[in-house]
Design a binder for this molecule. Structure first.
Ligand SMILES: [Zn+2]
Length: 452
């Protein structure tokens, strides 16, 4: 064994590997693979032996001046504790046949894979790949079925001269395991269902954390929705206001996770308008935001959302959130006397009707901000002239806009105006220094690019 180690060392220290021929490099890789798998097999076997003898009166660990079998292996091999733990876990999956204290004989687990390991056909990764799917089902299927699977997998490791790839072993093992364990799907689902969860945390640093675990079909449904909103037409195309130096300043600078967040906001804003939604006290479930008349007049400061996090209390939010929600909702103006009595209550209905929404959707098709292709069904309707400035809830004052652009319309510096009932947009000056009004939607698509 010392020869093999010395050979390997001399190849590495000679520094010739970098200039070696392709064949030599590949040949060396194959040899290293052989040695790696055999060394791992030895380490796993050794772990089993040391653990077993440490559990007997011999106390192999203590008599070697160590506190545990794991420490013996760390000291002798230089491996990390987690690596030794992995060896230990793998030993447990291929227990040899043994006689229990009761005299009963316990058959070997995966004897064929054990042989594949000891003969160097697979290493630690291969053994893990082959046995992991089987460990989950082994208590639920007949031992004879498991023996067959063990043999099929082991045969797979020697079909070609080359080592079998771990992914191949894992796929086959998973397929065999699911074939055997048909009822397991229900058991698994039952167990998984107990763990399903969705929780809102407590607002910190301006954000409410959300945690949970989704069953795969719910996660899949969410993922499909997020994708359809984030990427409505595959790669975004269409008109872009690009300065002539071709820099991509108009590109969406949001990260993928930020886009997912905004897409969830879009979904949640669309849901209450869906037909047959459950109602809350007779009306659609509505998000309620409170702001004082002073804050509304100033257009800045704090508003509050009751029950927006796990505290269940009024959670402060920036006024921009109230403005966004108020643009397409209902606003109640409530004047109270000092003793709390309601002196005056007026209600502004700012919801566009279904018919108005249809008409606006046909006109605008998607979010009116250039480069954003969020389709009409996922858009909100923005009052171009705000209610406070006398803007009405009619088609000549409403444009399609996505959740993200609606929320940050002021901060991003886009201007929108209506000319003869048709929306036009003006980019912020960092996108278009000339600040020229541009057509939107289907009318903009046929327009030659600026500078062209
Ligand atoms: Zn948009």
């Amino acid at each position: 064994m010392a020869h093999a180690v010395a050979d390997l060392r001399s190849i590495l220290t000679s520094g010739t590997l970098g200039e070696a021929s392709r064949e030599d490099v590949l040949g060396f890789a194959i040899s290293v693979g052989d040695m790696l798998r055999q060394s791992e097999a030895a380490a796993i076997e050794l772990t089993g032996v040391i653990e077993k003898r440490s559990a007997t009166a011999e106390r192999f660990d203590v008599s070697s001046d160590c506190r545990s079998a794991n420490e013996v292996l760390q000291r002798t091999t230089g491996a990390a504790p987690t690596t030794v733990k992995r060896w230990s876990r793998l030993v447990a999956t291929i227990k040899p046949a043994r006689v229990l204290p009761s005299g009963e004989e316990k058959p070997a687990e995966f004897p064929a894979l054990r042989e594949a390991l000891t003969t160097g056909a697979i290493g630690a990764d291969g053994l893990e790949a082959a046995t992991r799917p089987l460990r989950e089902i082994k208590d639920r299927v007949a031992p004879t079925a498991l023996t067959e699977v063990d043999e099929v997998l082991a045969a797979m490791t020697t079909t070609t001269g080359a080592p079998v790839m771990c992914d191949t072993l894992r796929d086959l093992s998973l397929r065999l395991a699911t074939d055997l364990d048909i009822t397991g799907a229900d058991d698994d689902e039952e167990k998984a269902f107990q763990g399903r969860a969705l929780r809102l945390g407590i607002k910190r640093n301006g954000l409410v954390p959300i945690t949970g675990q989704l069953v795969p079909d719910v996660a899949g449904a969410l993922s499909v929705l997020l994708d359809s909103i984030n990427n409505p037409h595959g790669q975004p195309a269409g008109v872009k206001f690009r300065p002539s130096d071709e820099s991509d300043e108009n590109a969406d600078v949001r990260t993928m996770v930020q886009r997912n967040h905004d897409a969830l906001g879009t979904i949640l804003a669309a849901v209450p308008n869906a037909p047959d939604m459950p109602t809350n006290g007779g009306g659609a479930p509505v998000l309620v935001i409170h702001a004082t008349e002073d804050t509304v007049r100033a257009g800045e400061g704090w508003a509050t959302i009751p029950g927006a996090d796990a505290t269940g209390t009024d959670v402060p939010v920036p006024f921009a959130a109230a403005k966004h929600v108020g643009c397409c909702g209902t606003i109640q103006h409530l004047t109270t006397a000092t003793n709390g009595r309601i002196v005056k209550l007026t209600i502004d209905k700012r919801l566009f009707s279904t018919d108005q929404r249809c008409a606006i959707s046909v006109r605008d098709r998607s979010c009116v901000i250039p480069g954003c292709h969020t389709p009409a069904r996922w858009c909100e309707i923005h009052h171009v002239t705000g209610w406070a400035q006398g803007g009405q809830t009619d088609v000549d004052n409403g444009v399609l806009i996505c959740w993200h652009h609606h929320r940050f319309i002021d901060r991003m510096g886009w201007d929108i105006r209506m000319t003869d009932g048709v929306p036009e947009v003006r980019p912020p000056d960092w996108i278009d220094p000339t600040k020229t009004w541009q057509p939107t939607g289907p009318r903009a698509a046929g327009r030659p690019k600026r500078g062209a």
